[in-house]
Write a protein that binds this ligand. Sequence first.
Ligand code: HEC
Length: 297
Amino acid sequence: MYKNLKLGLKLNLLLAIILLLLVITMGFILSRVLQNYAEQEIVNRASMLMATMNSIRNYTSTQVNPELSARLETEQIFLPQTVPAYSAREVFENLRSQEQYSQFFYKEATLNPTNVRDKADQFEAEIIQSFRNSSIEQQQGFRSIPGGKIFYIAHPLKVEKESCLRCHSIPNLAPASLVASYGSDNGFGWKLNEIVGAQIISVPSSQVINAAKKLRNLVISKVLIFLLLASILLNLFLKLTITEPLKKMSDASKQLSLGNMETEFEQKTNDEIGILAASLNRLKVSLKMAMEMLENQ
Ligand code: HEC
């Protein structure tokens, strides 16, 4: 069957196969590379936010707390601004109020929190439990929530200082204002070196991954357009330099075989096709001479 195909068709079959293989391998490689890149990007975002949150906590305990702690003993109402967990949470809420960060989450998920908004849900409780069972310092992974896929990073929250116990062990030790504001039921009974919760940051990943997919499709379509243009050029080249001259020569040979000795093989170039035309012309001259000799005899 292949024997019966025209040159142009053969070329285009070959081009189609090359194109198909190229698109498949390129799509596959691009998918892998961009997916890795996107995931790395998401991890970087989350890590940076986590580091920022810890800086805020640090700032609160080293600069804000010393300024305000005396007032905790005298004020009627507790000043949450003295607490790192509070400032981190507030700063993050501020960030989240901007549209583009509304899908980012920060939580100091705690099994027995002072502020009930920090109460760990089931997923978070499992993370805390696994921190308690092992000595790992970080957990991360993807998780599907109703808004899309998110990536989370979690660090254990450990009671490392004796001073924490003033407000988190028994209500009697805590400033009266704390008990007045938060009650005496939650956030007490913590032990030194106990892992009480997990600091969890979540960043949306669907957007980044979708952007990577879009980029892949864009690259593939651009390359495809380029290759199609190249195929058109190749077809044109084949037609002008090979198939058309060949067809003319084959028509001319047919004329010659019918006895039309004035037929000319047109030689336009000096490439292989042109050389063939020149040879055919010489052949024609020899043939003509041979015929004349025959006729004279
Ligand atoms: C002066 C009292 C006080 C001290 C000392 C204190 N905390 Fe707290 N802590 C609080 C209050 C009040 C909250 C709730 C803040 C809010 O409204 O978000 C809180 C919240 C937290 C939270 C968030 C979960 C929750 O319970 O709502 C963590 C985690 C936490 N504290 C850990 C610590 C650690 C660790 C230390 C020691 C380095 C410490 N705290 C020292 C008063 C204190």
